[in-house]
Design a protein around this ligand. Structure first.
Ligand code: ACM
Ligand code: ZN
Length: 481
């Protein structure tokens, strides 16, 4: 059967169920199903969906939707539950925005594939994307850039906008109906040019700077020595938190350059008060305070792995591993901290199939080497990000995301011993009519796994056209902090 993600167990009994067979839903007590598992019984008497929870019943319906692609459904029992509790995708709406209708299409696809988290990246150097009533300059200035200058793409046209509170609430509601949590990300204290462009007093130099129009990692970050920074951040978060009733909140923390802090008298004074000469400790101290503040709102905080460079973060903090040469995420898991795996080389869908073929994504084991056996359960799940510097329309976004999006969904849901890329590809082709109905156009199958020669040529071409080597090496060098 073409079911993605592949279920834990299917037992066939012979015979077929008609499409118009009656479907019954029931809540049952069966601890082995957990919060998201379900059972489907398809027999000559009809179809029964059973689960302990509404989420379980919802996933049973999504499996049934896939079974309905066939002219008849075999008599069978499907018993199914997820491998990981956290199964996410990340959408960057800061570099390029998607319309609410486009986002809903992604959410429908995510629901079909049993993702339960949409991580929504809403603030970066190239734009601030949440309506702010408290800080209107965030929208008047921070939501607009003068042009798009990404790689070889130069538009010369002003670009921008933001999501209103009403639009955000609608997306959150749409997700909730599909058992998906929306986790917003406000990236702090780096990737904050858009915020600084609106309120320059938040930076070390206090100079007016424009919203960035290029890809990169930029010097101007929030000043860690000025008390007004935390006051602003707390007030901003107080405004944002009520829009997102999820358990988690993401505060970024990736790729923070230290240059400005090293030359800023206030930051240096702050560092002395922390009794260290490690400038990364400034980020750590700031992050701890923001985590404490969000705890008061009942939030569990996620950070990108670099946030761990300046020392341990409060208990309960989740690290999102994307590029972690220093293995801070592994140490975090071994200390009992939760980790989400979003490995750059495998799960980043903004990189071409030449660089990250489908089978490379699919075959990556998220249980990182170095995590002790007793700490492996600290890997709470997987997430596939898509960054949108070079992705300014929805068809391109779908081309890059699908089928890798579905591969990560399967890794998140299905048991390791069930995973087989060839078999996945066949099943994925079987469910593409459902994705097409949603409005998702996948990459053609001939692009999924390029040959080694194609990979080399395609990867070189990508870097020549799109990414500046400087940006990439900055990114890799930032890991040395
Ligand atoms: C990241 O890709 N900078 C998290
Ligand atoms: Zn400073």
């Amino acid at each position: 059967m073409h079911i993605v993600p592949i279920p834990s167990r299917i037992t066939y009994y012979g015979g077929n169920v008609q499409h118009d067979a009656q479907v019954k839903k029931e809540k049952i007590t069966n601890a082995s199903l957990g919060n998201e598992g379900y059972i489907i019984r398809a027999s000559l008497n009809g179809i029964t969906l059973s689960a302990q929870t509404d989420a379980g019943l919802f996933y049973a319906e999504k499996t049934l939707e896939q079974l309905r692609c066939y002219s008849s459904i075999p008599c069978m029992v499907i018993e199914d539950k997820p491998r990981f509790a956290y199964r996410g995708f990340m959408l960057d709406s800061a570099r390029h925005m998607q319309t609410p209708d486009e986002i809903k299409k992604l959410i429908d696809a995510a629901a079909l594939l049993k993702f339960n988290t949409m991580h929504w990246h809403l603030s970066d150097d190239q734009g601030y994307r949440i309506e702010s009533k408290k800080f209107p300059l965030l929208n008047i200035k921070g939501s607009w850039r003068e042009s798009d200058d990404f790689g070889s793409m130069h538009t010369g046209v002003k670009y921008g906008g933001y999501y209103t509170h009403g639009e955000i609430s609608e997306i959150v509601r749409y997700c909730a109906e599909r058992h998906i949590e929306v986790v917003p990300e406000i990236d702090l204290p780096g990737h904050t040019t858009a915020i600084i462009s609106a309120y320059p007093y938040l930076s070390c130099r206090k100079e007016q700077i424009p919203v960035q129009t290029t890809q990169g990692i930029f010097d101007d970050v929030l000043c860690m020595g000025d008390s007004r920074t935390l006051e602003f951040v707390y007030e901003l978060l107080d405004e944002i938190v009520p829009l997102f009733p999820c358990e988690r909140f993401h505060i970024g923390g990736d790729e923070v350059k230290l240059n400005r802090w090293k030359e800023c008298p206030k930051c240096k004074e702050k560092l002395r008060s922390l009794r260290t000469d490690n400038f990364a400790a400034l980020q750590s101290d700031f992050t701890k305070k923001v985590i404490e503040h969000l705890k008061k709102h009942g939030k569990k905080v996620t950070v990108w792995n670099e946030s761990l460079a300046g020392g341990e973060l409060p208990e309960g903090t989740t690290a999102q591993m994307w590029m972690d040469r220093k293995k801070h995420s592994i140490a975090h898991a071994n200390r009992g901290g939760d980790v989400i795996i979003s490995d750059f080389y495998h799960y980043y869908c903004d990189y071409p199939y030449h660089m990250t073929p489908l089978k490379k994504t699919y075959n990556y084991d998220p249980i990182l080497k170095g995590i002790k056996p007793e700490a492996q359960s600290r890997v709470i799940g997987v997430e596939t990000p898509i960054w949108t510097e070079y992705i300014c329309d929805f068809d391109k976004l779908c081309y890059m995301f699908f089928p890798r999006f579905a591969a990560v969904a399967e890794i998140g849901w299905s048991e390791k011993d069930k995973l087989n890329c060839r078999n996945f590809e066949r099943r994925y082709k079987g469910i593409t009519p459902l994705l097409q109905k949603i409005g998702i156009k996948s990459a053609p199958a001939s692009h999924w796994n390029p040959t080694p020669i194609q990979r080399l040529a395609g990867t070189l071409g990508f870097f020549k056209d799109k990414v500046s080597f400087e940006a990439l090496s900055n990114s890799i060098n930032s890991q040395k902090n």
